[in-house]
Design a protein around this ligand. Structure first.
Ligand code: URA
Length: 239
């Protein structure tokens, strides 16, 4: 679903204003949509996103982490939000989850250069650890996902992937509806107007949280199987 102002083409003003708890999610999303420069290149959209204040998450984050990859990429992978290392480096999937993703993509014979990677939320949401200096990931709220949605819509409109892959429940529910269950529907092709082929699978971070080596190995194997399904869908759409 494209955000309301993109769908309706409402006139836009670039002025930002403070967000209050009482703002509806539609008006919060409209605020980000106002900042998406119409017909701009992806690079220009990324620059505009770097100053986004559509929700409060920018305050505790180091920077906006926009998607990365070629506009000609055939596959778009969508995660939840940048993690600690992504926040520091300003690039998606460069931390531990990103390294696991790279390994799984290689095993599924998908080139990282064929892929555009991004997140439904573009600021790191975190809370300080009770002890020590660690920044603990916090799940984004529905309103924060909605606030960020115009950036993701702008990426989808410009990359136009053949295969869209949702990594984990936050991305799957944001893109495929709140009743979507990754546990039940992972690896299946889903009918969606967002792309010719749409698939959801687990988030690589969930594999990193596995209890022991054996279950980590099994979960990684299942993740690679889902990515092989992506590679097959890609071959079908190219030929
Ligand atoms: N987890 C995500 O969902 N995205 C990233 O970019 C990194 C970790």
């Amino acid at each position: 679903m494209l955000s309301r102002s993109i769908r309706t083409g409402e006139s836009t003003s670039r002025k930002s204003r403070r967000i209050t708890e009482h703002d509806s999610t539609d008006s919060v999303a409209a605020r980000a949509a106002e900042r998406v420069p119409p017909r701009a290149t992806l690079a220009a959209v990324s620059r505009a996103a770097s100053t986004c204040r559509a929700c409060e998450l920018w305050k505790a984050a180091t920077q906006t982490v926009f998607g990365e990859g070629s506009t000609k990429a055939q596959v778009m992978l969508v995660g939840e939000q940048p993690g600690d290392q992504e926040d520091r480096m300003g690039r998606p999937f460069v931390g531990p989850a990103g390294r696991l993703l790279d390994q799984a993509l290689a095993e599924a014979e998908i080139e990282r250069s064929e892929v555009y990677v991004t997140n439904v939320v573009k600021h790191f949401k975190w809370a300080p650890a009770e002890r020590g200096k660690r920044r603990i990931h916090k799940k984004p709220r529905y309103s924060e996902i909605q606030a960020c949605r115009p950036w993701l819509d702008a990426e989808l409109e410009r990359v136009k992937p053949e295969v869209l892959v949702c990594l984990g429940a936050s991305a799957a529910q944001a893109l495929l509806g709140k009743d979507f269950r990754v546990s039940r529907q992972r690896g299946q092709l889903i009918q969606s107007p967002l792309a010719p082929h749409v698939i959801a699978t687990v988030h690589p971070s969930s594999i990193l949280r596995a209890q022991d080596d054996e279950s980590r190995h099994q979960q990684l194997e299942a993740f690679v199987q889902d990515l092989r399904q992506v590679a097959r869908a890609l071959k079908r759409s190219v030929h």
